[in-house]
Design a protein around this ligand. Structure first.
Ligand code: SAM
Ligand code: SF4
Length: 435
C-alpha cells in the first residue's frame, strides 16, 4: 500500500484528529493523494453533530463503494463521530468498509495497517489523547493543541457527549511540553482545543491553583518564549470566570477574541436546552469581557428551531444578537440527533418555519458583523500572513481578533505585519501593509 486519500468533516477538533490520522498513515510510509480513485487507502473522518453532516459524508461514501467494487484490494477506513454513534451496525450496513474507528480509537490505525486487519470496528475506547499521537500540520507556523477531550455537559440537543465520551483534561505538563516543542519547530500561533476549555482542570500534582485552572494554564503557556499568539475554543458561558477574563486581559499572547456560544436568547429555550445560564447571565458575562478587553471580538453559535421555539423566543435571539454586537456567528437549524433528549421533545418546529428564522438570523448576524468590521476601518491591525488571497495579487492572513484580512503589500507566510484597514465586509477586512 503506497497512497492514501483523507477527507475530514466537521469541527476543528475533527480537523485536528485528521492531522493525527495523516501523521499515523505517513509514519507507515503512505503518501497523500488528492483524489480517492488514486488511493490504495481511502479514509474519512466523520461528523454527526447534525443530519446534514451525515448526509454529506454518505455522498462521499458512495464514491468509495464504487471504487471498492472495481478494486477490492483497496482499504476503506471510516473514523470519527458518526461511526462511534452507529457502532458495529455501521460495518453491518456497509460491508465494503474495512475498518471503523471511533474518535478515541484513532491510535489503532498503526496496528490495523501493520497486521493487515479487516472487518474490524473499535469503539468506546478511552485511548491516548489524540494530542499525544504524532502530528502533521497544514501550516508550519500555526498549530492546534488538544487540551481536553469529550464533554460532560448535557445540552439536550447534542450528541457530542455520547460520541466523544466524558470530559478529560490533558495534564498541563503534557500541554506545555507540546507547546514548547511546537515553538521550537517554528510555531507562532497556537489554538488550545476542547469542547469546553474553560472547564479545564489542571491535573498536575504540585500545581494547585487558586481560581480557574484554565487561566493558570494560559499563564504558563504565555511564558513560553517565542510564542506570539494564543487562541482557545470553545468556551462555555457558564464556566467563564472573572479569573479567566483577567488572564485574557493581561496576558500579551492571548488574542482579543472569544468564541462564546449563546445558542439562544430565550430564557425558556435555554432552560430546555440545559445550557445552565440565562440570557441575563450571558449578557453580564459578555459585558464583563468587553469591559476588561474593550477591543475584543466576540463570536458565537446560535440555533433556531429548537423544539417549542416560538416567534417570541426567536425575537429574543435577535435581540441578543443586537445587544452583544457579535463579530460573527455560526448559525444552525436544530437537527434532532438519535438518542438525545431534544429529539423526542414535543413542539418540533416545521422546517419551513425554521428555514425562515435562519434566514432572518443570518441577516441580523451579518449586519452586526459588518457594523463591527466597519469600526476597524482606518485602524491598524496586526496580521499573521497565511498565504495568497483568493482574488488578485493580495495576501491573506488573520488579525489577533481572528478576522480574515486581505491586503496589498510585500510579505511572506508566517510573518507578523501591520496592516491599515481600508474597507470591510460582514466577514472580512481589506487593507494595505504599512510600516
Ligand atoms: N462544545 C461547544 C459548545 O458547547 O459551544 C460546541 C460543540 S458543537 C460541535 C458546535 C455547535 O453545533 C454547537 O454550539 C451548537 O450550536 C451546534 N449543534 C450541536 N448540536 C446540534 C443539533 N442537534 N442541531 C443543530 N445544531 C447543533
Ligand atoms: Fe455539546 Fe453542550 Fe458539550 Fe458543547 S457543551 S459539546 S453543545 S453537550
Amino acid at each position: 500500500m503506497r497512497t492514501y486519500y483523507l477527507r475530514s468533516f466537521g469541527c476543528q477538533m475533527n480537523d485536528h484528529d485528521a492531522e493525527r490520522i495523516r501523521a499515523l498513515l505517513e509514519a507507515e510510509g503512505l503518501e497523500r493523494v488528492e483524489v480517492p480513485e488514486r488511493a490504495d487507502l481511502i479514509a474519512y473522518n466523520t461528523c454527526t453533530v447534525r443530519r446534514s453532516a451525515d448526509e454529506r459524508f454518505y455522498g462521499h461514501l458512495g464514491e468509495a463503494s464504487r471504487i471498492k467494487k472495481l478494486h477490492p484490494e483497496r482499504l476503506v477506513v471510516v473514523c470519527g463521530c458518526l461511526v462511534q454513534a452507529e457502532g458495529d451496525a455501521f460495518l453491518d450496513e456497509h460491508p465494503f468498509v474495512d475498518i471503523a474507528l471511533g474518535p478515541q480509537s484513532i491510535h489503532r490505525l498503526t496496528e490495523v495497517l501493520q497486521l493487515g486487519l479487516r472487518g474490524q470496528g473499535y469503539f468506546n475506547e478511552s485511548g491516548p489523547f489524540s494530542g499525544d499521537l504524532p502530528t502533521c500540520r497544514e501550516l508550519p507556523f500555526q498549530a492546534w493543541i488538544q487540551v481536553m477531550s469529550g464533554c460532560s455537559n448535557a445540552c439536550t440537543y447534542c450528541i457530542v457527549p455520547r460520541v466523544r465520551g466524558p470530559e478529560r483534561s490533558r495534564p498541563a505538563a503534557r500541554v506545555l511540553a507540546e507547546v514548547r516543542a511546537l515553538v521550537a519547530d517554528g510555531v507562532l500561533e497556537v489554538t488550545l482545543l476542547g469542547q469546553n476549555v474553560n472547564a479545564y482542570a489542571a491535573q498536575d500534582a504540585g500545581h494547585a491553583v487558586d481560581g480557574s485552572p484554565f487561566a493558570a494554564l494560559l499563564r504558563r503557556v504565555d511564558e513560553i518564549a517565542g510564542l506570539e499568539r494564543v487562541r482557545f475554543t470553545t468556551s462555555h458561558p457558564k464556566d467563564l470566570s472573572d479569573d479567566l477574563i483577567e488572564a485574557m486581559a493581561t496576558l500579551p499572547t492571548v488574542c482579543e477574541h472569544l468564541h462564546l456560544p449563546a445558542q439562544s436568547g430565550s430564557q425558556r429555550t435555554l432552560r430546555d436546552m440545559g445550557r445552565g445560564y440565562t440570557m441575563q447571565q450571558y449578557l453580564e458575562r459578555a459585558a464583563a469581557v468587553r469591559q476588561a478587553i474593550p477591543d475584543i471580538a466576540i463570536t458565537t453559535d446560535l440555533m433556531v428551531g429548537f423544539p417549542g421555539e416560538t416567534e417570541a423566543d426567536f425575537q429574543e435571539t435577535l435581540a441578543l444578537v443586537r445587544e452583544v454586537g457579535f463579530d460573527g456567528a455560526f448559525t444552525f437549524v436544530f437537527s434532532p440527533r438519535p438518542g438525545t433528549a431534544a429529539a423526542t421533545l414535543p413542539g418540533q418546529v416545521p422546517a419551513a418555519v425554521a428555514g425562515d428564522r435562519i434566514e432572518r438570523l443570518v441577516a441580523a448576524t451579518q449586519k452586526e458583523g459588518l457594523r463591527w468590521h466597519e469600526g476597524l476601518v482606518g485602524k491598524r491591525v496586526e496580521v499573521l500572513v497565511e498565504g495568497p488571497g483568493r482574488h488578485g495579487d493580495v495576501l491573506r492572513g488573520r488579525s489577533r481578533q481572528n478576522v480574515t484580512v486581505n491586503f496589498s503589500g510585500d510579505a511572506g507566510p508566517g510573518q507578523l505585519v501591520p496592516v491599515m484597514v481600508e474597507a470591510a465586509t460582514s466577514t472580512t477586512l481589506r487593507g494595505r501593509l504599512v510600516t
